[in-house]
Design a protein around this ligand. Structure first.
Ligand code: FAD
Length: 709
């Protein structure tokens, strides 16, 4: 109702303006012809004239009516330069703010709802630099005043910022117009007030804040580096610290573009992904899956199948898988690619130098890619027991009997199911109401049900409180609904998250800033607060995946080597990931929970994979695809796939989202029969059916009837 009232008020004002042809009083000719009588009236009724003029100006600008420029000239003619500038400056700023608020009140919610996710970058930019942008726009009178008011109202810019940046930005233009108004008789047209030279001067003035900011950045850069003498010559172009996914790709790209690059790794080449993360976890998942197939033998028409296995052999296979992949990340391979690989612990001693094995190497830039380590929560008694994390789990050779997995994230879930399938009695303990906290509740429930069906005890809403030992047995005490629950275990796996490696190698001494999450603070170019130092991968966040580490690596390498010429902002617009449980869960873009949280309007289209020929033939007819689209359009906002090979199936949507292809394009693409990938086409078909033009189809039906008659 309030919105309708305001809308009615604006429409009423515009109608009145048109009905009484008020525009005729806001022309140059009229003001000129009435100048003498207006001045006369002003001399006799000063306050009344000022108040009337002020209110009129605010109404005209607040309702976005034409005539502000004429009124500004009139202010010069009536009140003189100083008074005119003061009156117009406040009236125009208040009027502009009214128009801004009206636009915000009437339209912002629906605009933000519709385009929420895509406006995120614009909103973030405005939050940071909104005053600069607005000031620059206001300085150049060529940008239409009322459009700026209305558009800015749709953004997240603060009202107070809008007001002061507008008043300050419009001041120069106001002075020019009011001053011209003092010589009203000599003005032939409003446009003539601004000469080309004057407009150019305003443009230059508008650029001043940006130039100023660049200068401030340069000064900051100099200050950050001034305590450290810059070497006359550098030993190398780039030093990369850490030979994990992020560091390897950074070094690879640097060598590919012929830079001299030194890669320093203190432990094993390949980092977490190869040695303790993706590769070993996927290897154990494979063995566990094989065992699950054996237990399902009757589903495949095989009466009985037994597996005789030794836990140690499975863990040994994990090591042999690592050994097979190791050459991809080896010192030999990288040396052949042209990278100087140094084995040793790096320590940054200045923004230009790193110490390793007692030797100092200088470089124009440094990339920190030191990764993350398992986070161990400070739970009472944890230091009294032996626990495993993803770092040392792979050393296990004796099969655990009773295992507690602490954590319901992707790592905890993948390992819970694997160990359960290997015959271990697993209890998974999660503090939050659901495992896989980032996914929609229905997805987490599906996975949780599968875990339960396979004999896992999943305890959500359980907060681990204490570890105790009694009679040679170990227990976790967890709090659930105000009560303590005791869970016995012989093996504990801690998988509650990963903490970035930021200490002990010189960052603190240099004062490199960290974020609230403990990652290294980087800008959109991956540059840290020390301009010669860049960071990427798990240590920089915001994502902790191998593919995002490799994605960032390109930017850290190119920006550090070529930043002088051109720098690139990291593109996080389409980030996919998968959790390799069974059912596998893969996602790109928004899910329903996030869309609701961010106020993004969406439609959901589903396809249940239990209907898919290939899935039925494979006895894997379970799971679904859930696509979120912009209401009424085929534009994809996000996709979640649950089911066999979800991590592979999602690739089609990643490509589609990255390149702006909608569901119509997926529907129009031939998919091989019979494949799981056909599910992607079928979900697009479901969307199409739901959006079929019913009216048109009725006419088509009549056409066919007519043809039959
Ligand atoms: C169990 C598990 C499963 C996972 N599964 C997946 C998956 O399926 N898919 C996926 O995308 N991601 C997965 N991840 C995450 C993935 O492993 C990480 O995101 C990725 O390894 C990050 O790479 P990085 O280069 O940033 O760090 P890291 O791989 O940790 O590399 C950092 C390197 O820096 C070295 N280093 C540290 N400090 C120094 C120093 N001072 N001097 C010299 N060297 C130093 C370390 O020794 C290490 O080798 C998994 C992780 C775990 C733990």
């Amino acid at each position: 109702m309030k919105k309708l009232f305001i809308l009615g008020l604006i429409v009423g004002l515009i109608t009145l303006f048109q009905l009484f042809d008020l525009g005729q009083f806001l022309t140059l000719d009229y003001i000129k012809s009435q100048q003498a009588s207006l001045q006369n009236f002003y001399q006799q009724n000063r306050l009344l004239t000022i108040a009337g003029f002020f209110v009129g100006y605010v109404l005209v600008t607040g309702a976005s009516l034409p005539g502000a420029a004429i009124m500004t000239l009139a202010a010069g003619a009536l009140f003189g330069l100083l008074n005119g500038v003061i009156i117009v400056s406040f009236a125009s700023s208040i009027g502009a703010t009214l128009a801004f608020l009206v636009s915000r009140y009437l339209l912002r919610d629906s605009v933000q709802k519709k385009f929420g996710d895509r406006l995120k970058t614009i909103n973030a930019g405005l939050d940071k630099d909104g005053a600069f942008y607005l000031f620059a726009l206001r300085l150049v009178p060529a940008f239409p005043f009322f459009i700026i008011n209305l558009v800015m109202g749709l953004t997240s810019l603060k009202t107070i910022t809008f007001y002061w940046a507008s008043q300050l930005g419009m001041l120069a233009g106001t002075i020019v117009y009011v001053n011209a108004g003092t010589q009203l008789a000599q003005i032939d047209s409003v446009a003539g007030v601004l000469s080309i030279e004057l407009i150019l001067s305003f443009v230059l003035l508008a650029l001043l804040p940006f130039i100023g900011r660049r200068i401030v950045d340069l000064i900051k850069r100099r200050n950050a580096l001034k305590a450290y003498p810059r070497p006359q010559k550098f030993d190398t172009n780039l030093i990369v610290i850490g030979g994990g996914s992020a560091g390897l790709v950074t070094a690879y790209i640097a060598a590919a573009v012929k830079a001299k690059v030194t890669l320093i790794e203190k432990h094993k080449m390949g980092g977490d992904c190869l040695n303790t993360g993706c590769v070993p976890s996927k290897a154990i998942i494979r063995s566990a899956k094989f065992l699950s197939h054996i237990s399902r033998s009757q589903e495949f028409g095989i009466k009985k199948a037994d597996a005789d296995f030794d836990f140690a052999d499975i863990m040994q296979r994990v090591q042999s898988v690592i050994a097979k992949i190791e050459p991809h990340d080896s010192i030999e391979r990288y040396s052949q690619l042209g990278v100087d690989v140094v084995q040793g612990e790096a320590r940054i001693v200045s923004p230009y130098a790193v110490e390793v094995n007692g030797q100092t190497i200088s470089a124009r830039n440094i990339v920190v890619a030191t990764g993350a380590r398992p986070f161990v929560p400070p739970i009472e008694g944890i230091d009294q027991i032996h626990y495993y994390s993803s770092d040392n789990l792979w050393e296990l050779r004796v099969q655990p009997q009773k295992m507690v997995v602490l954590g319901g994230g992707p790592i905890g879930c993948e390992l819970t199911q694997s160990f359960a399938r290997l015959g271990v009695d697993v209890t998974q303990v999660e503090m939050a109401p659901q495992i896989m906290g980032r996914e929609d509740p229905e997805i987490s429930e599906l996975v949780q049900q599968k875990f339960k069906d396979e004999g896992v005890r999943v305890l959500v809403n359980h907060r681990a409180k204490q570890f105790v030992q009694k009679n040679g047995q170990q227990f976790l005490i967890a709090e659930h609904a105000g009560k303590d629950v005791e869970i016995e275990f012989d093996t504990l796996l801690v998988a509650v998250g990963r903490a970035p490696n930021t200490t002990g190698f010189g960052l603190e001494e240099l004062g490199v800033r960290l974020t609230a999450r403990g990652t290294i603070e980087v800008d959109e170019f991956l540059q840290t607060s020390i301009p010669t130092i860049y960071a990427c991968g798990d240590v920089a966040g915001p994502y902790q995946f191998t593919h995002t580490a490799a994605h960032q690596a390109w930017y850290s390498s190119v920006n550090s080597l070529f930043g002088l010429v051109r720098r690139f902002k990291v593109d996080y617009s389409v980030i996919p990931w998968a959790t390799f449980t069974e059912p596998e869960v893969a996602r790109v873009g928004l899910n329903e929970s996030e869309a609701k949280q961010q106020g993004v309007a969406y439609e959901v289209t589903r396809f249940d994979i239990d209907d898919l020929d290939r899935a039925i033939a494979d006895s894997e007819a379970h799971g679904f695809i859930k696509v979120l689209t912009v209401p009424g359009k085929d534009t994809i906002l996000g996709v979640t796939i649950v089911g066999e090979h979800a991590g592979d199936l999602i690739a089609e949507y990643v490509l589609a989202m990255k390149h702006g292809l909608g569901l119509n394009k997926i529907l129009g693409t031939i998919h091989i029969y019979p494949t799981l990938a056909e599910a992607n086409k079928y979900v697009a078909g479901n969307w199409k059916r739901a959006h079929a033009p019913q009216k048109l189809l009725q006419w088509v039906q009549r056409f066919h009837q007519w043809r039959r008659a």
